[in-house]
Design a protein around this ligand. Structure first.
Ligand code: AMP
Ligand code: ZN
Length: 457
């Protein structure tokens, strides 16, 4: 079976056939960088990191081009800058770096490119001019607006009805709009706001415009897969589609659309506006990134995922069981192909629950065998896990883990030195006491030919 993905536009799973298998293109709408992101945002990034890995597996590492943008000009950023007195560039540089560091800690691969909105202003102005020429946009009151009436398919992706949308007041009504559903491509900047010169005066781009422009510039007019959270279907993706199609004489922006479901706290979406957020950088102080990644991928990406401490605890226990076996092949750089069971699950619209079940099965099989068969089963299990972005840690390091409330690694190492000295002096009462005290705190000492090692239980 070849790769199939659920296409939001078609509302069904479709076989994935790229336009050019030597250059498969994917784009993910990235974060607005003005503060710390939460674990719901991370879900989106990790799900599409998995997509990137699976595409690389299917088409070759050098044949997939993945762009994820940074929104570094936005009203929320301007507000944060005014409130804190920190220059905008300082805020966006800091939080873009935080974001990249967090995702690296979650074992996400770097996208091929991470373009910045502010580095594409010239192209944005050019695209707005093109849309005006084609009668898809109009200037009014220092603003330029996209005219949704110029695009017959507006609303097709999300299924949102235009009248309903206006009645629900989900669009901003403004006197300069011909149609209340028209959206901003360019808006004027006050003197204390960042702005760029344009044919419509000093101003800045609207949010939707940047993705259309960066996709065109970095990837091309029509890309293979466009991704984002399900809340972006309307209006953001609908607006991207309309802008790009009208600028490109009707050419589709993307051949497939993928949307991830929400991470929830109880029954609510995790979101800054509700205030029920768990920040990724806080969570990373308590849990290894791989545990968080495991928790994020434990549900199918289109299903809601309910966040809970119990999920993290369970993920840690499961990974511990894998790493116990992986210890037996630590240091080996043999890299067999991952077993079919896991590959097939991933080809089926990234079915991670089934892929996880496959990993558990492979572990059981490996644990029941001996000798060379056992070793090769563990290596295949490791390859399967690595396809999903797991099992990259050194097993010994894994079990040393984070100290939590217990003694730090340095404290334990110092105690082991004391214990070795006590044993040399034949002071076994002291050496046994050190071992027992550590055991009581869940730290197991193993004596080997090269001295003692330890691990957390
Ligand atoms: P935002 O900062 O709200 O624009 O979100 C950045 C990305 O994270 C978008 O792709 C959102 O769809 C996604 N996202 C935001 N909240 C959640 C959530 N609770 N669960 C899953 N994805 C989310
Ligand atoms: Zn976007």
């Amino acid at each position: 079976m070849s790769l199939a993905i659920h296409d939001t536009m078609a509302r069904k799973k479709r076989a994935f056939v790229p336009a050019d298998p030597k250059r498969v293109t994917m784009y993910v709408c990235g974060p607005t960088v003005y503060n710390y992101t939460h674990i719901g945002n991370a879900r989106s990034a990790i799900v599409f990191d998995l997509l990137f890995r699976v595409l690389r597996h299917e088409f070759g590492d050098d044949c997939v081009v993945y762009a994820r943008n940074f929104t570094d000009i936005d009203d929320k950023i301007i507000k944060a800058s005014h409130e804190s007195g920190t220059p905008i560039g300082e805020i966006t540089t800091k939080f873009a770096k935080v974001y990249l560091d967090e995702l690296a800690a979650l074992n996400a691969l770097k996208p091929t490119m991470t373009p910045l909105a502010t580095e594409h202003i010239e192209e944005m102005v050019a695209l707005v001019e093109r849309l005006i020429e084609k009668d898809s946009a109009y200037a009014a009151d220092g603003h330029v607006l996209f005219s949704v009436d110029s695009y017959a398919d507006y609303g097709r992706l999300s299924g949102v009805d235009r009248d309903e949308m206006i009645a629900g007041a989900r669009v901003e009504v403004a006197p300069y709009k011909k149609n209340p559903a028209d959206f901003v491509l360019w808006k004027p900047s006050a003197s204390d706001e960042p702005g760029w010169d344009s044919p419509w005066g000093r101003g800045r781009p609207g949010w939707h415009l940047e993705c259309s422009v960066m996709i065109e510039k970095e990837l091309g007019e029509t890309i293979d897969i466009h991704c984002g959270g399900q809340d972006l279907r309307f209006p953001h993706h609908e607006n991207e589609i309309a802008q790009s199609a009208c600028a490109h004489d009707g050419a589709a922006l993307a051949r497939y659309w993928m949307h991830n479901g929400f991470l929830r706290m109880g029954t609510d979406k995790m979101s800054k506006s509700i205030g029920n957020v768990v920040l990724t950088h806080e969570l990373l102080k308590e849990w290894p990134g791989e545990v968080i990644r495991w928790a994020l991928l434990s549900a199918h990406y289109r299903q809601p995922l309910e966040w809970a401490d119990a999920l993290l605890e369970q993920s840690k226990r499961q990974l511990d069981r894998f790493y116990r076996l992986l210890e037996e092949v630590a240091g080996s750089d043999e890299n067999p192909a991952p077993p079919e069971s896991v590959v097939l699950a991933l080809r089926d619209d990234l079915n991670t629950p089934e892929a996880f079940a496959g990993l558990h099965q492979l572990r059981d099989i490996a644990a029941q065998t001996d000798g060379d068969a056992r070793r090769s089963a563990i290596l295949r299990l490791r390859a399967a896990g690595q396809l999903l972005g797991f099992f990259h840690a050194d097993p010994a390091e894994w079990f040393r883990g984070e100290a939590g409330d217990g003694p730090s690694a340095e404290e334990i190492d110092a105690l082991l030195v004391q214990r070795a000295e006590a044993r040399k002096a034949k002071d076994f009462a002291t050496s046994d006491k050190i071992r027992d005290d550590l055991a009581a705190q869940g730290i197991m000492i193993e004596d080997g030919p090269d001295g003692a090692t330890w691990r957390r239980e």
